[in-house]
Design a protein around this ligand. Structure first.
Ligand code: ZN
Ligand code: ZN
Length: 138
C-alpha cells in the first residue's frame, strides 16, 4: 500500500492527492507521449478517478484524439508547463497520472511497455517486463 500519495507540477501551483494505489502502471512510447514529455516515453499510473483529487491550483487542459480515435483530455500547469495527468474517454473511470509528477516516485513499479512500435530508434525499451506494439488488449 503506497496510497495516499501526492504530487504536483514543477512550480508548485498545482497539487493533487490520490487515495488509492494504481490499478496498473505502464510505460507508453506513443508519439503523443513523446511530444508531451519531450523524450522517448511517459510512465503512467492508472488510478480510479474517484480516488484522485486536486488539492491546490487550477490546471489547464486540452483535448487530443488518442490512438483509439477517442478523446484524451490532458492536464498541465499553464505556468511551468509540467504535464500532470490525463483523462482518456476509453478509460472513463480512470485518471492517468504522469509518474514524474509524484512527490516520491521511488515505489513505482512499471508492469509493461506499450506502443513500443513507435519507440524512437535512440530510445531504450526496458527489459524484464512485457512489451506491446500498441495498446494491450484485455
Ligand atoms: Zn506549475
Ligand atoms: Zn502514450
Amino acid at each position: 500500500m503506497n496510497a495516499p500519495f501526492t504530487g504536483g507540477c514543477r512550480c508548485g501551483a498545482i497539487r493533487y492527492e490520490c487515495s488509492a494505489d494504481p490499478v496498473r502502471t505502464v510505460h507508453c512510447f506513443c508519439t503523443d507521449c513523446q511530444k508531451l514529455t519531450g523524450t522517448q516515453m511517459s510512465t503512467n499510473l492508472l488510478v480510479p478517478k474517484a480516488a484522485f483529487r486536486i488539492t491546490q491550483g487550477k490546471p489547464t487542459a486540452y483535448d487530443v484524439k488518442g490512438d483509439s480515435g477517442k478523446t484524451v483530455r490532458r492536464y498541465f500547469c499553464a505556468t511551468c508547463g509540467s504535464p500532470l495527468w490525463g483523462e482518456p474517454d476509453v478509460l472513463a473511470e480512470m485518471t492517468v497520472i504522469k509518474a514524474g509528477s509524484l512527490d516520491d516516485s521511488s515505489w513505482v513499479e512499471p508492469q509493461a511497455s506499450m506502443f513500443v512500435d513507435s519507440a524512437p530508434g535512440w530510445g531504450v525499451v526496458p527489459g524484464g517486463i512485457p512489451r506491446f506494439g500498441r495498446m494491450p488488449t484485455g
